[in-house]
Design a protein around this ligand. Structure first.
Ligand SMILES: Nc1ncnc2c1ncn2[C@@H]1O[C@H](COP(=O)(O)OP(=O)(O)OP(=O)(O)O)[C@@H](O)[C@H]1O
Ligand SMILES: [Mg+2]
Length: 355
């Protein structure tokens, strides 16, 4: 069976990873000069894939800390040690390592799993200092710790400034990251190099898509690739998602299936979820979403407000603020709907006058 080369929803590596050459070079350079890095982007732009590929391709040893799994200091130590244990691949060294710190642990093997039952005041510091001697430490979704335990964030801050190797912090909740890393009063202000990750360049994504289809005996027309990237707006996740289903259809013999049909299938597939989200919103926020789905930049123009029956620009502003809080909308210069397929679904509703 042919494997679908378009992967979405997990970290992509090797040939499944497209471009980002410039960003990978920046990460390599920063790590080489022991600079800390913070990578910021909206959700699913490819932060985790970028950092992992940059480190692995350059053979830079790293320990990966998924902060969304961390509830407290003990949990953080657990996540650090468990990833570190995977890298060691040798139980004797691991046991020697664990003995050096003021922690109570139990270790199971196959696969190795370390459970921490007790920690001391300096355990976190000593462990990070030791791991940070040889490994770059990657704190993914770092803002999650900030949301749960600000004291722990302060503690991490005070430790990582003394680490020998770089630390890479990744996050997607921009308002939190901005207040932590970019505002002069933020605890991580001037902490390191801020890499704002954008979408993938159209020319690179086009080549990537064409190559994978061609490799499997399918010739996509240039206009079809353009259409895919128009719909997905070159968003890494949504492009892979759309290509995945286009590939599946074309491979199953439906040579003539159009990109639009595939999009409609996806919208149909997700419609229960979209409908639920939509129905849960008050009228003002629904109207704001319809307005955004229209794709115009000047959202406060009198003409648009009238077109979508919104009473005032203040009312629109209030609705947008709530939608940002709900992580349905974001603002990056302009307001936009985060889920591009949801945006298409909303737009079709407007077209069909179903609002
Ligand atoms: N360079 C890339 N080449 C091809 N596809 C990519 C690339 N980067 C990201 N993707 C696509 O986007 C998806 C999300 O990538 P990834 O998990 O790395 O993003 P993220 O920004 O860390 O997401 P999250 O905000 O959920 O943590 C991947 O599963 C893949 O489909
Ligand atoms: Mg990620």
């Amino acid at each position: 069976m042919v494997e679908n080369p378009f992967i979405f929803g997990k970290v992509v590596r090797g040939e499944h990873f497209c471009d980002r050459e410039h960003e990978m070079e920046q990460i390599k350079k920063m790590v080489g000069s022991r600079q800390h890095i913070v990578v910021i982007s909206p959700r699913r732009y490819g932060k985790t894939s970028l950092v992992i590929n940059a480190l692995e391709r350059n053979r830079i040893p790293y320990v990966y800390v998924d902060c969304s799994l961390v509830e407290d200091e003990k949990g953080l130590i657990g996540v650090v040690i468990n990833d570190y244990a995977k890298k060691l691949d040798n139980l004797a060294i691991l046991e020697k390592f664990l003995k050096r710190f003021d922690i109570s642990v139990s270790v199971t093997i196959h696969p190795v799993n370390v459970t921490i039952s007790q920690i001391g005041t300096d355990s976190l510091k000593n462990i990070l200092m030791e791991v940070g001697k040889n490994y770059v430490i990657v704190f993914d979704e770092f803002q999650d710790i900030y949301e749960k335990d600000k004291r722990l964030v302060n503690k991490i801050r005070s430790i990582v400034q003394f680490l020998e190797k770089s630390v890479v912090m990744l996050g997607s909740k921009r308002h939190l990251l901005n207040s932590m890393f970019l505002k002069p009063r933020g605890i991580f202000y001037n902490f390191g190099y801020a890499l704002h990750l954008g979408k993938i360049e159209k020319a690179e994504f086009s080549k990537f898509i064409a190559r994978w289809f061609r490799k499997n005996g399918i010739e996509l027309k240039k206009e079809e690739i353009d259409e895919v990237l128009d719909i997905s707006e070159c968003h890494p996740f949504f492009t892979q998602y759309l290509c995945h289903f286009l590939f599946e259809k074309r491979l199953s013999g439906k040579k003539e299936v159009e990109v639009k049909e595939v999009l409609n299938d996806i919208l149909e597939m997700n419609s229960v979820f979209y409908d639920e989200t939509y129905r849960s919103l008050p009228l003002g926020q629904r109207k704001a979403l319809h307005l955004l789905s229209y794709g115009k930049k000047e959202v406060y123009s009198a003409e648009l407000l009238k077109r979508f029956d919104i009473t005032s620009s203040q009312a629109l502003q209030k609705a947008l603020k709530s939608l940002i809080k709900k992580e349905i909308v974001d603002k990056n210069g302009n307001y936009y709907i985060l889920d591009i397929f949801f945006k298409h679904w909303l737009y079709q509703k407007v077209l069909n006058q179903m609002v």
